[in-house]
Write a protein that binds this ligand. Sequence first.
Ligand code: PEP
Ligand code: MN
Length: 337
Amino acid sequence: MIVVMSRKATSEQINDVLARIKSMGYRPHLSQGEERTIIGIIGNERKLDPDQFTIISGVENVIPILKPFKMASRDFKSEQSIIKVNGVHIGGNTIAVIAGPCAVESYEQTLKAAQAAKRYGATLLRGGAFKPRTSPYSFQGKGREGLEILAQVKKEVGLPIVTEVLAAEDVDMISEYADMLQLGARNMQNFALLERLGKCNRPILLKRGMMSTVEELLMSAEYILANGNPNVVLCERGIRTFETSTRNTPDLAAIPVVKKLSHLPVIFDPSHATGRRDLVIPMTAAALACGADGIIVEIHPWPDEALCDGPQSLTIELFAEMMEKVAKIAAAVGRST
Ligand code: PEP
Ligand code: MN
């Protein structure tokens, strides 16, 4: 159950609600966002009567939510959320495109990718400085130097930056450079990191774990929301199945499923979902046709020389082609680019 305090609720009224929840043997969870205060009631809420709370002064609304994810659910907020990333909207009528290299390798490579991203209509630049690699001998990213390159390229090209964070202790440092923090598939259930991201002031791109269910994805989003950060965008990036012809299996049905269950925007990553350059454009088209709010795609000026994920990275020419397709599909589904 969630108790929504009115905008004008005083701290005494909030404390009163917290005390009452405790006195009933439940644990309150306080989220004080910029707009309003929300108190989650943790415990077996089936035994609770919402009317016990609606009568308390300062309480605007009480929402009994039996789903394990609450603030992320459509029951909590029926209208679609629009997440703003330094002025760029994700989740509205416009399809958002985040493009850039898998990893920042050099200033020249990142600049060329960013210029192409901008030229063909992407609104955000991606690029990993801290890379989660399966092998400890693979390129691990340029770390802080990579962030410096991203900052320089942002100054030159003007696209806001999305970059991955691997560790809770890096959140503040990366937030100085990035406009949006990406939490990768391998860390989707890193609960300490999720809690930390809930307390940071940057929007979060939360990727679905390769072995996670939609419900688990929404529970991870709930960690961020419940810790005070309402700005979460979800990303379907393919899951592991027995199929070997693609790197992962794009679970496109998850897109309309998530949109039904949650008000949070959901975007699609055709690069990691397939691992194959030749499949990026068709799967992008399919994802947009079934309701994705945007695409995050890997592009590289010289994919054959990429230090990371070259085989799935689009050349600049193919990216231009992808963006033509995006415009056509967007128009067909009544959206714009
Ligand atoms: C990435 O975006 O480069 C990445 C590592 O993605 P994922 O976490 O989905 O594997
Ligand atoms: Mn990658």
